[in-house]
Design a protein around this ligand. Structure first.
Ligand SMILES: Cc1cc2nc3c(=O)[nH]c(=O)nc-3n(C[C@H](O)[C@H](O)[C@H](O)COP(=O)(O)OP(=O)(O)OC[C@H]3O[C@@H](n4cnc5c(N)ncnc54)[C@H](O)[C@@H]3O)c2cc1C
Length: 493
């Protein structure tokens, strides 16, 4: 039986240590800074029990004869990729694309690990059985897993090992015991980690040869002694009301610094150990990265659909739907949505199989990498265009929607903040929603998220050059130099 939203919420009250400012938060499900976001995640679990969405979100696992979330399915056909996409989309629509790290993100990654347990074997430490056990545990219990795979560094120009005395802040083993390892250090940034059942701790960047002490991956539960999560500013906390801050009041998924202070990790939870090659390969040789990108690209497409919908509502509100300039701006946004959608459909249609994957299908790697680039480039443009459509209406808003009820200023607001199509109440609601999506602290964090959530731009842009495409296109272009044309261009097959 898959767990429901209530069971998820009660599992969060487990004694985990979360700091917000100088306050230690007892229970994230009741804290004013986090409770609505926890409810939003719970609602996703609830949907799997809803007869209308159950089929879109789950599949019958033949091995256990129970239903699992589709995000855990290891796809073996194009049709299964499509069913996973529909599940991602169903969840993404619940938050209009603003919960970047809904549980299906890392579930897909774990399915990617489990598709290739051999990648975790072969060195001095064999993590293959542990990764399969992680997969079974998380799929059977439908667990929410976050990940922290970025190493904070005092000096970015140096490797972790070269940071120098007192600057040794990367996660490393401080002691080995018969039963496991004791680790200390920090990882940034743990999006949704405070809402997760488990956190994967690892490293996605290529480590230097001297970084073997930092080359390890494991999972840990937030309530494990020594695990500390330090939250950033909470936008949910700052939200005045659901009406005034319709998105940030509900979908602030949080980002936290993960600190591990002498935390015991049993061997069964260790995935790679003192192994630079495998610690890196688990993200890149397995389908984990492309699987996670599937969720991310579907979510991004959904978010643009929502933002384009806002643009359309703004045009209606302004009475500018017939204005040629406004139509051109709206048309550009609608075109961007189709670009975002097409990367998803094309990556599925161009899926790949590898001999070593034993029948598992992966999204097309080149298109998946291109999607990451496209998203980083068009998101700021999209937000800019939407704000340009709004003009000053986005700023000329009262402190709160409730000000409309005030005997002195309410009548003035009703008179002066309205349009031919909308009452003041409707217009203020719409513009506050647009501001929350495009101009608030929450929106600004989202703009940053879309740039950095899967690495910095200099990393994912360069990543495209490792696909072999540059050489392929170079060969094509060199034919002009040689004065000949081979039959069949680089992609003409
Ligand atoms: C909102 C948000 C949520 C995130 N969630 C998670 C999460 O859940 N889990 C997780 O593990 N990580 C997460 N991240 C972290 C993310 O993975 C890192 O921020 C990302 O990998 C970039 O690393 P960095 O911050 O060290 O940037 P850097 O690598 O330092 O890059 C920052 C900038 O420095 C410059 N720069 C640095 N080095 C070079 C170079 N060699 N060449 C050219 N320019 C360079 C560039 O201008 C670059 O854009 C999140 C980030 C954000 C913003």
């Amino acid at each position: 039986m898959m767990r429901n939203g209530a069971a998820y919420l009660s599992s969060l009250n487990d004694g985990r240590i979360v700091w917000l400012g100088q306050q230690k938060v007892g229970n994230v499900t009741s804290a004013a800074a986090f409770r609505n976001a926890a409810q939003s995640f719970a609602q996703l679990y609830e949907l799997s029990h809803d007869s209308a969405s159950r089929t879109a979100l789950t599949y019958l696992d033949p091995a256990s004869d129970t239903r699992h979330a589709l995000s855990f399915l290891i796809p073996r056909s194009y049709e299964e990729l499509v069913s996973k996409r529909i599940a991602h989309k169903t969840w993404a629509e619940e938050s209009f694309g603003f919960l970047g790290r809904s549980p299906d993100y890392m579930a897909s990654g774990i399915a990617g690990f489990a598709a290739r347990p051999d990648v975790f074997a072969g060195g001095d430490f064999d993590g293959s059985a542990n990764v399969l056990s992680l997969y079974r545990r998380t799929a059977e219990q439908n667990l929410f897993v976050a990940f922290t795979i970025t190493n904070p560094k005092i000096d970015k120009a140096k490797s972790l090992a070269q940071q120098g005395p007192g600057n040794d802040i990367g996660v490393r083993t401080v002691r080995e015991t018969d039963g496991g390892i004791v680790v200390s250090g920090a990882k940034s940034i743990g999006t949704a980690a405070i809402f997760a059942d488990e956190i994967i701790v690892g490293t996605i960047e290529p480590l230097s040869q001297d970084d073997v002490d930092y080359a390890l991956s494991f999972t840990v539960t937030p309530a494990t002694p020594g695990v500390i999560l330090i939250s950033r500013d909470s936008y949910e906390h700052a939200a005045r009301s659901r009406e005034d801050n319709p998105l940030s009041s509900r979908f602030d998924e949080n980002d936290a610094l993960l600190v591990l202070d002498n935390v015991f990790i049993p061997w069964e939870r260790v995935l790679t150990y003192r192994d630079i090659q495998r610690t890196f390969a688990m993200w890149w040789e397995t389908p984990a990265y492309t699987n996670m990108a599937h969720q991310a690209s579907v979510r991004f497409w959904t978010k643009l659909e929502f933002l384009a919908g806002l643009a359309s509502l703004v045009c209606d509100s302004h009475g500018s739907a017939g204005n040629p300039q406004a139509r051109a701006q709206l048309g550009r946004l609608l075109g961007y949505v189709q670009l975002a959608k097409s990367t998803v459909l094309a990556a599925e249609a161009g899926h790949e199989t590898k001999a070593e994957d034993d029948g598992v299908v992966r999204l097309n790697r080149e298109i998946t990498y291109a999607q990451r680039i496209l998203a980083g480039e068009i998101y700021p443009k999209f937000i800019h265009e939407l704000r340009m459509l709004c003009g000053g209406a986005l700023i000329q808003l009262p402190d709160s929607l409730h000000d409309l009820d005030h005997p002195d200023i309410g009548p003035m607001l009703r008179r002066f903040i309205r349009s031919s199509a909308q009452s003041a109440d409707e217009r203020i609601r719409l513009m506050k929603l647009v501001w929350d999506a495009t101009g608030s602290d929450f929106a600004s964090r989202h703009a940053h998220y879309e740039q950095f959530y899967q690495g910095a731009p200099h990393v994912y842009l360069a990543q495209m050059t490792f696909t072999g495409l540059a050489e392929k296109y170079g060969h094509f272009a060199s034919q002009a130099l040689a004065g000949k044309n081979e039959t069949g261009g680089p992609d003409n097959h």
